[in-house]
Design a protein around this ligand. Structure first.
Ligand code: PGA
Length: 242
């Protein structure tokens, strides 16, 4: 496990974008596992900036996103499909045919998840997986208590996650989808490199627990202690307890 200390959110975003950019430069046809949430937005903005300056080329890159809400139309502004297009895909030269997210519009959970697993296997697995971390230690939508050996599956969001995400749905918990399709911990652990971004004092406790406490399904991110190539980029506040 490698920990990179950043001064603040902008510095964290630039350092994370640097690692992603290095991956794309070293292997132009790489598979990037991407994440949504507030934390990676700055890293995506930095990548867009470098793309506009001609410093990075996404034309051969394949992407697989971590997760998608079940039952939300793609075009809904809070679907992860929309999030990714708004923050990255619409702004760089990525080939739309190489963009992959779980199909949240497929009501057949087993089918949707099996198809997503097939896609990940067919592209040869993930070279670099980007992750945020939830306050309860979730990664993707893998909530506390989930088995470590799962691939893509359907999950019920916990009340805490629904509460944390209501800010994106007019502050109304009733509008937040209650289920999602998510890559499992097994899928994430099979990525050749894993990069986590974390910022703000609100993440300090969970960062300490996840990476300096026992490896346990009660803290899903703690399994990353066992990953052979895991890097955490955090700002001073998020790393203040370690
Ligand atoms: P955040 O979400 O980046 O919006 O804090 C992280 C997560 O829940 O994975």
């Amino acid at each position: 496990m490698k920990i990179i200390r950043a001064k603040d959110y902008a510095d964290m975003s630039r350092k994370a974008a640097n690692i992603i950019s290095a991956q794309v430069i070293m292997k132009p046809n790489c598979v990037l596992g991407l994440a949504t949430g507030g934390t990676p937005v700055g890293a995506y903005a930095q990548l867009v900036d470098w793309y506009n300056k001609g410093d990075i080329d996404f034309s051969e890159v394949t992407t697989v996103n971590l997760d998608e809400y079940r039952g939300l139309p793609k075009e809904h502004p809070e679907s992860y499909w929309s999030f990714m297009h708004r923050n990255l895909f619409d702004k760089v030269n990525i080939d739309p045919a190489k963009i992959n997210l779980p199909d949240g519009t497929n009501p057949d959970a087993e089918d949707a998840c099996a198809k997503y697993n097939q896609i990940i296997h067919a592209v040869g697995g993930i070279d670099l997986q980007l992750l945020g971390i939830g306050h309860d230690g979730h990664i993707g939508f893998n909530e506390p208590g989930e088995a470590f050996e799962l691939e893509t599956h359907c999950v019920d969001l916990t009340p805490e996650t629904i509460e944390a995400n209501k800010r994106f749905f007019d502050g109304n918990v009733d509008l937040v989808p209650k289920q999602a399709y998510t890559m499992g911990i097994k899928t994430i652990m099979q990525a050749r490199k894993v990069l986590m971004v974390a910022n703000g004092a609100g993440k300090a406790e969970i960062i300490k627990k996840a990476f300096f406490g026992p490896v346990t399904p009660e803290v899903p991110a703690s399994i990353l202690q066992m990953h052979p190539d895991f890097t955490l980029v955090g700002d001073e506040e998020a790393l203040s307890l370690i």
